[in-house]
Design a protein around this ligand. Structure first.
Ligand code: ADP
Length: 502
């Protein structure tokens, strides 16, 4: 009998008030029912936000290094449970086991990094322009943070948001994706075991409109952090805009890898394969365009297609499997639709292009690694995010045109250039309009202690990762302390009188 799971509100596991549930299934094997989760509604969101608001005064007064000690414990518990969490992630979400281990490791790295920041959370001190006066800044928590997360990094992304929020002194309500509720539940169990006080961490399962939207709108939620589609991100930004509420958005990408004729082509091919097909192309940083200099184009496409056709597809808990399924049937339909669009637009399908149903894979949402060439920048497959194992190769004459094509989409998350020319690499680093640039590495592979986020339609100026992550969850306060014992007027009393100037 599959387990029946619950929301976590004020330190207790609770059903949705409606009593309704939804099923969670294994995308590699739809006969494998993982469990049932509460199909919550606005009333459950209200309970969770109230719990978070009630926990806030004591939590924000707890010294940040003390809050961070609990985060160190989170890192230790996750290290102990890493293998178990990774395996359940592969079962629930489909990414192959080595990648699931990477997802959990990212959470562990984030825990230790963010816990260390609990002893810093630096502001600045700076000289005042007046004598006997100090000037400094501190950062303080905004309040209750509403966190809305996707399924593609089902543990890492919730930790990118919740760890800095909690160490900053916010309390949180997490609304995880409907496709990966078990990973979020296990993460919350880790918080519970680490000893986070009741109400500081709350979890509400359910759908976007039923749980996500009321969480965004709730008057006691001070900041929203969202990762997901641009379409939903826009709705969230509108809702937060009306309420003048802080929101940090991390949305789509149409990431490109440039390969110039002087590149190490073996390395570039490996980068294309890993960038385009890891996590079945379902990373926001996945390589979906490969911009290749015309002189090497034919050779490159031939090798890429040959390697792509060799990728071993299957259930990610089995040995030797390199690529798992798509997350659900809806996503497989979307990917198939884009293959049709690409063909209709005149691109040439060089490998893949269809669902993969060999043997046991017939029970899951598998899709072949797919490569198009003769793609032009104006085609929809070159402009729109597909979120599947589909790479589009675009031929260009030189670096200038490559950068122009790379920048020619509405997104600006990740990018990559393969070249041995130092001057060309530096030009690309400077001129690419993206939040992340890799030189001689693929578009995927962010490290947790550096800022992560995108330009243009990918984001709204906030960053996750690194110390930048704290900006979303804190307000800055500027403090002046005047111990001169007299009225000192800034901009007035420190200027010599006009008549005394030479
Ligand atoms: P994806 O395509 O990755 O599923 P979505 O943007 O649809 O991206 O979903 C990302 C997260 O946003 C999920 O947790 C989802 O439930 C939530 N969500 C979807 N619609 C809304 C909405 N209208 N308001 C708030 N959250 C939503």
């Amino acid at each position: 009998m599959p387990d029946r799971h619950r929301n976590f509100i004020h330190g207790e596991w609770r059903d949705a008030r409606s009593g309704l549930t939804f099923p969670d299934i294994n995308p590699s094997d739809t006969d494998d029912l993982i469990g049932f989760f509460p199909q919550s509604g606005p009333e459950d969101v209200d309970d969770a936000v109230t719990a978070a608001a009630n926990a806030l005064p004591a939590w924000r007064r707890t010294p940040a290094p003390k809050r961070a000690e609990l985060m160190f414990r989170v890192g230790e518990i996750m290290t102990r449970r890493k293998e178990e969490l990774s395996r359940l992630m592969t079962r629930e979400m489909g990414k192959v086991l080595s990648e699931a281990r990477g997802d959990v490791q990212e959470a562990i790295d984030t825990a230790y990094h963010i816990a260390g920041e609990g002893r810093r959370l630096h502001g600045i001190t700076t000289p005042s322009e007046l004598p006997d006066k100090w000037a400094m800044t501190i950062r303080q928590p905004i309040g209750v943070a509403g966190l809305i997360t996707p399924w593609n990094f089902p543990i890492a992304i919730p930790t990118w948001k919740s760890f800095p929020a909690l160490v900053a002194g916010c309390t949180v309500v997490l609304k995880p994706a409907e496709d990966t509720p078990l990973c979020a539940t296990e993460l919350v169990r880790v918080f519970h075991e680490a000893g986070f006080p009741a109400g500081t961490v709350n979890l509400v399962h359910g759908g976007g409109p039923d749980v996500g939207a009321p969480l965004v709108r709730h008057k006691d939620v001070g900041v929203v952090s969202f990762t997901g589609s641009s379409e939903v991100g826009r709705q969230i930004a509108e809702s937060c805009g009306r309420a003048l509420k802080r929101c940090s958005l991390e949305m789509g990408g149409k990431n490109a890898q440039i390969v110039l004729e002087d590149a190490d082509l073996d390395l570039a091919i490996q980068g294309s394969l890993w960038g385009a097909f890891a996590t079945t192309g379902q990373r926001c940083t996945a390589t979906s365009r490969i911009i290749v200099q015309r002189s090497i184009h034919d050779r490159y496409v031939e090798r890429l297609a040959a390697e792509a056709a060799r990728v071993r597809i299957g259930y990610g808990l089995e040995d030797g499997i390199q690529m798992g399924p798509l997350i659900n049937e809806g996503q497989r339909t979307t990917v198939a639709k884009y293959v049709d669009i690409g063909k209709a637009e005149g691109a040439r399908l060089v490998c893949g292009g269809a669902a993969y149903r060999e043997g046991r894979c017939a029970r899951g949402f598998f899709f072949q690694p797919t490569v198009f060439d003769r793609v032009t920048p104006s085609m929809r497959i070159a402009r729109e995010e597909i979120f599947g194992p589909v790479a589009s190769v675009i031929a260009v004459d030189d670096l200038d045109q490559a950068i122009q094509v790379l920048n020619g989409t509405s997104y600006g998350l990740s990018s990559s250039i393969y070249t041995r020319d130092v001057a060309g690499a530096f030009r690309a680093m400077s001129e690419i309009e993206c939040g992340i640039v890799y030189v001689n590495g693929p578009t995927i592979g962010a490290e947790t202690h550096l800022p992560f986020g995108g330009w243009k339609d990918t984001g709204n100026g906030h960053r996750e990762g690194g110390v930048s992550a704290f900006q979303a969850f804190t307000e800055e306060k500027t403090i002046y302390v005047d111990y001169s014992g007299r009225l000192q007027r800034a901009q007035i009393d420190n200027q010599p009188a006009l008549e005394s100037r030479p």
